[in-house]
Write a new protein. Structure first.
Length: 233
């Protein structure tokens, strides 16, 4: 083989190496941007779910009797139609609100029986005092006009009774002076693109914000807040 042939082979090898190196760098930059975009979208969905809880808390503070909320006969100000059914997710896909409610109440998408909702499990250990999750607020994030750049997702908030009550009636609040009175659990989910979702659960309690002697303005105190890494039935 001549020197010219060897040189040609070396040029080809070097060119192939540089091409592979360039393709690898391009792929690395693309994956980094994709991961950053996914992280940004995921964080934005978490903020959206938290905003839905804040909105529900504001509405609850203006309701004198929470029994109607726990019974499912009263909804919040953020709704987009009849309770339940299939809704379109702004970023693509759909969410069946009826099936999602059933999953929370008994771990399956079909209708739940009373016995199934009363069954004790790791996630629902209170038996007859297990919460009966009721849809309270639901709609596309774009309905929250206060956001300058809303993340394209669908938001849903469910309300349930405090499972630590001992009255055996999760569709009504405990009587005044009894444990658990004026306390509800709130479950919020943000549904996004390709099945992505972020879930938050919080425990809200009535609070009295006094102004002057004998005055009391209704308010809400957040007793607990946690992000759920997966949907809890």
């Amino acid at each position: 083989m001549t020197e010219r042939g060897i040189a040609l082979i070396m040029v080809i090898l070097v060119t192939a190496f540089l091409s592979a190196l360039g393709a690898g760098l391009i792929l690395a930059v693309f994956m980094d941007r994709l991961a950053s975009g996914n992280m940004s979208g995921s964080v934005a969905m978490l903020f959206a779910a938290d905003a839905a809880i804040e909105l529900a808390a504001r509405d609850l503070s203006q309701v004198d009797d929470w029994n109607a909320v726990l019974a499912g006969t009263r909804q919040g100000s953020f709704v987009d139609g009849a309770i339940g059914g299939v809704r379109a997710i702004p970023s693509g896909g759909v969410i069946d609100l009826t099936a999602a409610t059933n999953l929370l109440n008994c771990g399956k998408t079909t209708d739940c029986t009373a016995a199934q909702m009363d069954a004790s499990s790791r996630e629902r250990p209170w038996g007859a005092n297990n919460p009966r999750w009721r849809l309270y607020a639901f709609g596309a994030s774009r309905q929250l006009t206060a956001w300058s750049r809303p993340v394209p997702c669908y938001l849903a908030v469910w309300i349930g009774d405090d499972g630590r009550e001992g009255d055996g009636d999760p569709q009504s609040d405990a009587a005044p002076q009894e444990a658990g009175h004026g306390i509800v659990r709130v479950h919020a989910e943000a549904f996004g693109h390709a099945g992505s979702r972020r879930v938050i659960e919080a425990e809200l309690a009535r609070a009295c914000r006094g102004e002057g002697v004998g005055a009391c303005l209704p308010g809400i105190h957040v007793q607990s807040w946690r992000e759920m890494r997966q949907s809890v039935p």
